[in-house]
Design a protein around this ligand. Structure first.
Ligand SMILES: *[C@@H]1O[C@H](CO)[C@@H](O)[C@H](O)[C@H]1NC(C)=O
Ligand SMILES: *[C@@H]1O[C@H](CO)[C@@H](O)[C@H](O)[C@H]1NC(C)=O
Length: 172
């Protein structure tokens, strides 16, 4: 009995070391951002991708097609997307400067916004910067689009919108 518990402790320590080693390595763990937990089933299991809107600019739009999904990784507290360029594309929730209760999320050239983290509920952004959760609305690119709720106002969003979680799904 004693032997077995020592053994499992050793195995636990070894896998913890393996995980720490992986995080230290140069190649980051990449993931897709996927919606879940929406009351609207059409807003679940959708992947974030960059919908080109101008030079260096994308809106964060959603697709069920995993081939279209954008590959992301966490760098410190920024979320960067890999579009096979030699510069990063950062996840960039647009700041609220217009008293809006929810706001766009973009994927633009550069590091994007700081303040992201991942926990058991999925991707979180900075509450200090106003993050109050993710919102998906059927919008003007003719596809569901990602927004965030600005936590300091009461969001009375239209019926085509629903609150979602954004979970990370490791890429192969
Ligand atoms: C990742 O973060 C580090 C530290 O903030 C920064 O120096 C580096 O430029 C970032 N990498 C990319 C690809 O933006
Ligand atoms: C993740 O962080 C958010 C924001 O701080 C919090 O509301 C949520 O409960 C956290 N989830 C877990 C599983 O800790």
């Amino acid at each position: 009995m004693k032997f077995f518990s020592t053994l499992s402790l050793l195995i636990g320590a070894a896998s913890a070391a393996a995980i720490a080693g992986r995080q230290d390595s140069k190649t980051p763990d990449t993931f897709h951002l996927k919606t879940s937990d929406s009351e609207n089933s059409a807003h679940n299991d959708l992947y974030v991708y960059g919908y080109h809107t101008g030079a260096g600019l994308n809106d964060a739009v959603l697709t069920s097609d995993i081939e279209t999904a954008s590959k992301a990784y966490l760098n410190g507290t920024t979320v960067l997307f890999d579009y096979n360029t030699n510069f990063p594309w950062g996840l960039a929730p647009v700041g609220v400067t217009n008293y809006a209760a929810w706001q766009f999320v973009q994927i633009n050239v550069g590091p994007g916004q700081e303040g992201f983290s991942i926990n058991g509920t999925g991707l979180q952004w900075s509450e200090q910067k106003g993050f109050g959760g993710w919102l998906v609305c059927d919008w003007w690119h003719n596809e569901p689009q990602l927004f965030y709720i600005y936590r300091y106002y009461d969001a009375k969003y239209p019926a085509s919108c629903s609150e979602v979680k954004l979970v990370t799904e490791p890429t192969a």
